[in-house]
Structures are given as structure tokens and as C-alpha cells.
Ligand binder design. Sequence first.
Ligand code: UDX
Length: 434
Amino acid sequence: MKIGVIGVGYVGLTLACLAEFGNNVLFVGRSADKINNLKKGILPVYEKGLSEIVKRNLEAQRIDATTDYEKMKETEIIFICVGTPSAEGGAIDLSQIKTVSERLGILLKNTGEHKTIVVKSTVVPGTTKDVVIPILEKYSGKKVGGDFSVCMNPEFLREGDGVYDFLHPDKVVIGGYDEKSSYKVIKLYSFYDSKIPRIVTNLNTAEMVKYAQNAALATRISFINEIANICEKFEVDAYEVSHAIGLDSRIGSKFLNAGPGFGGSCFPKDVKALVSIAKTFDVNSILLDAVLTVNKTQPHRMVGIAKSTLGSLNGKKIAVLGLAFKADTDDIREASSIPIINSLLKENAIIKVYDPQAMENSKKIFGKSVGYCTSKEDCIKDADLCMIITEWDEFRKLDLSAIKCPIIDGRRVLDPIKAEQYGLVYKGIGWKNN
Ligand code: UDX
């Protein structure tokens, strides 16, 4: 099939995988620089294995990229993958979705062929039906259903594991305006094993599934973080509790790691958007509000443990290992490292930082207020205290014999028994020794 993809962020680019199954994929973006680079196989984001897929399919002439919307006339299915960032008050900013819908409406007006428009961007329930379709109809002068098709097909990709998640989904969710709309997209995904469940539903449900899923995962994290905060008061280890409750098949073991809270471009934004849309319709989202409140306070628990370990932090040298919101990414959006470092700076601590990938992005946030190190060893040297905020593999290999200061570990990357053998003060959120 001939596929058009609007937006070359990590969601759009992951659709390059469709070319692996013989489809032709045409990427459309606003930035000429990004598009020219993409044509050379240089991607604006890092996703494990993706640049190899793009290069392979560029060579096979199954992938192309352009800034010219007109070229999309040659495609049958067009995916909208533009950003929907947080706007004021937590609602999502739909400006890019609206602009793209206008341009697609004009494209539909000037073509005789029946096209399927698929919204893949994360949008709150009601957006495809009440915002995208009316704009498409207005600018095309045509009718959805008869003249063109519309679907909503949410993505569940983890940053960094996007290619794996695309190729091995737990499910495929396809919300269609009507049966005809869904049919084309079901056919496109026929390369997936037949055992992978297909949820074929309506537009609003597909949008809601995405939000409900991210809200459920975020809730689990805030839940275990709250349990961890209580555990400490009873000298109970929250990690042991997580392990035990995770063995109950009704609960399961994933996303039960206590720590300094969730970050990234999805969970905080999506939960806030759900709360905001609920408020618009006078639904009181008590639980989701609490999920956000726990997540806001959690980074400061790290600072609290540092204070209870060192007393005053005034003038103390603190080594911060890990700035990215999770391992294997350079992304620091909403990372818990940001409130932690800001809070440490308020206490007049002297901060040195190190992250294997996120140094450049961090410089844009922290500027000259912290010192930047080229290695974990350089960062820890002479520190009064070390904080581990991201679960990078290389931190698991820290030479404990060379460390003289206490370690506060937000992700339990080290073995507590080994740390004790080296005589280290080793603490974290929800541990029994705080
Ligand atoms: C998430 C969803 O997993 C994905 O399905 C969706 O499409 C996009 O949002 P991502 O943001 O890439 O993916 O990261 P994820 O691995 O889910 O982690 C999110 C945050 O939760 C990280 O800050 C991580 O450190 C934190 N987390 C995760 C915990 O604090 N504890 C856990 O047990 C798991």
C-alpha cells in the first residue's frame, strides 16, 4: 500500500517499519532540514534499530520524504502523527492537528480518489469526531464515509523501544468512523500474527483506550510510590513488597518500581489532559488528581533523604548520576532529575551531573548552575553524596570500592547487600534503612 505519514517525531518515524512489509511510506514534514536529513537516513530522534530500517528502505526506494503536501495525493492511507503538547492548564494543544486537518481537507478537495485519514497522534476523546472530521469536511467540501474514510489508531510505543513495540504489539486498536474506514487499516496491519488481538471500535473509544492505558500505568507508579513512603515508616522494604504483590496474577509485576516518580513526554501530559477534559465535562477526577500530586512530591523525597543523611546541604558537593527520564534515551522532558536538582540548588548544594546520553539536553535546562562531567567516576570524585536518578546500565557497574560517600539511589540499580559489604551508606525511596 502507499502510505503517507505527517510528522517525523518518534511516532511518525516508527511507521517506517511498514516499509519492511512491502509498503511504500512517504514522510511529510515542515522542516526542510529534517526532511533532507531523513532522505539521507539521518533521523531527528534516536530509536533503537530505526535508522537501519529507514536506510534499508530508502535504498529499496520504499521510503521517501518531502515538505510538499501535494505529493500525498499519491498515497492511499495518511497517518497524522504531529505533536499534541500540553497547553495552559494541562489541556492538549491541538493547533498542529487543526493545521494538518485543514491541509488534508484541501488535498481531499483536489483529488478524486478515496483516501483514508488515520489519526495516530494522542488526542483526547472526541477530537477525531468533533474536531478533525468537521475540518476535513469543511476544507474538502466532501462527506466523511462516502467520499473519504477516517480512523483513530493509537500507538503504545515506549520511547527507545518503539521499533520492538511496533513489531510486537500486545494489541492493535482501530477506531473507525464506519466499517469501510476500519477495513483499510485492518488490511494494512494484516502482517501481524493473527494471535495479536485487534480491537475494532469507534473513534472515541480508540482515543479513550490510549488515555486510560497511560493513566492506569501512571496510577500504578504513584500507588507504589505512596506505598513506599508508608513502608519506610515501618522499616519495610517497598521493593520486597512490590515483588510479593506482583506475584499475584491479578496484579502482575510490571510498573511497580518505587522511585522519584514518572516523567517523559507521555504520562505527565496524558494524565493532565485527561484530568482537564474530565473537568470540562464536570467530572471530578479525584484519583487522577492524586496520581499527579504524588508524582509531584515524589522527587522531593530524594532531597528529604539527602537532608536526613547529611543534615544541611548548604555547600555540600552532590554528584547526580542520571538526568534522562528513563534509561536508553537522551530525553529529559518532565524528568524527575529537574525538580530534584532545582531543589538541591535551593538548598545551596554544589551540583555535578553526569548522564550517558542526556548531557546536551540538560545544558539547555540547567545552564551554568551545575557542573557537567564526562564520566560517572569524574562526577563522584570528591562528592559528599551521590544520587542516582536514572537506571542506566552503566551505573550498575559502579566500582563500589572507589566510592567514599553515601549513595541515595532512586532506582535501586546497585545490590544493597554488596553496598553494605563495602561499608557504604546506601539508601532509597521506600527502603527500610531511611
Ligand atoms: C509510555 C508508555 O509506556 C507507552 O506505552 C506510551 O506509548 C508512551 O508512554 P515512555 O514514556 O517511553 O512510554 O516510558 P515508560 O517506560 O513507560 O516510563 C515512563 C516513566 O515511568 C519513566 O520516568 C519511568 O522511570 C517511570 N517508571 C516506570 C517508574 O517510575 N516505575 C516503574 O515501575 C516504571
